[in-house]
Design a protein around this ligand. Structure first.
Ligand code: A3P
Length: 275
């Protein structure tokens, strides 16, 4: 296990262990009308999140679950390492302080936002939340937001397998049962179509860059170049190739035991388009 990933795997392992002793009806709770997984989110954390102080140099990845957020996180972490003149993947590319917080903004305990005030810039965070449920300071600060979008059919397929593989989410006996839940807002993080329609209002803002899973898959070199340009990271040809190589589905799957622990077996499923 990579030292820098311990926080990630600890939280996921605990969520899975907790879920195994919970009744299926307890796995999700609602906050402001949207379902969330009770093993990793809580109303107390959502309340604390409201007073989170954004910074203009925060690096934010927004994407609905299963749209490829772990993939693009890998790319962004490498770009951040390069911007700090460090070698992607080397243990020394991340310092101890940066290892502190689970990157998904709304996961974890309510005290995490206080701890995040002590993290050095740029802070990296991922969120599955709709814009209206993000703290106002994120938009006021004009932090750059990469908005990741994936074909809803592939999101649904991926989510179906994820729900049936991960004990922390309700499972579905048939695709039809899942599909009804997906179309009737009964999923964790709510309805994907509403999510898209809400984020669509921000898509033209200067500090928001939409990117699709499909365009990144089709031309990862161009995708990584565009992401780097948006965040102002300059790359040599060699660095570009390294980031692209390290973020390929094959590399990430192969490395997943170290980066994601046993959760990697559930997460890195097919990584394809039109499944
Ligand atoms: P599939 O279930 O269709 O395979 P998230 O990280 O937001 O939970 O999204 C998970 C989806 O992204 C999964 O889709 C997973 O396989 C895919 N994925 C993860 N890493 C990837 C990569 N390097 N390239 C392409 N897809 C990737």
């Amino acid at each position: 296990m990579e030292k820098s990933r311990k926080k990630y795997t600890d939280l996921v392992d605990k969520a899975i262990a907790d879920a195994n002793s919970m009744h299926p009806d307890e796995l999700l709770f609602t906050y402001k009308g949207i379902f969330y997984p009770a093993t990793v989110c809580s109303p107390e954390t959502f309340i604390a999140l409201e007073s989170f102080e954004g910074r203009s140099d925060d690096i934010i990845l927004a994407g609905y679950p299963k749209s490829g957020t772990n993939w693009v996180s890998q790319i962004l972490n490498d770009l951040i390492a390069i911007s700090k003149k460090k070698t992607p993947g080397a243990e020394s590319s991340v310092n101890d302080e940066e290892l502190e917080e689970f990157p998904y903004l709304e996961f974890g305990d309510p005290e995490k936002y206080e701890r995040m005030t002590r993290l050095p810039s740029p802070r990296f965070m991922v969120t599955h939340l709709c814009p209206e449920n993000l703290p106002k300071s994120i938009f006021k600060s004009k932090a750059k937001i990469l908005l990741l979008i994936r074909n809803p059919k592939d999101v649904a397929t991926s989510f179906y397998h994820f729900c049936n593989g991960l004990p922390a989410l309700p499972s579905y006996e048939t695709w039809d049962d899942f599909f009804i839940a997906f179309m009737t807002k009964k999923m964790a993080w709510g309805c994907y179509f509403e999510y898209l329609s809400k984020w669509n209002k921000y898509a033209d803002e200067e500090n928001v860059m939409p990117i699709t899973y499909e365009e990144l898959k089709e031309d990862p070199v161009l995708g990584v170049k565009n992401i780097a340009a948006f965040f102002g990271v300059s790359l040599t040809e060699e660095q570009l190739q390294l980031v692209v190589e390290r973020s390929s589905f094959q590399s990430m799957k192969k490395n997943s035991q170290k980066t994601h622990g046993t959760f990697g077996n559930i997460l890195f499923r097919k990584g394809s388009i039109n499944d």
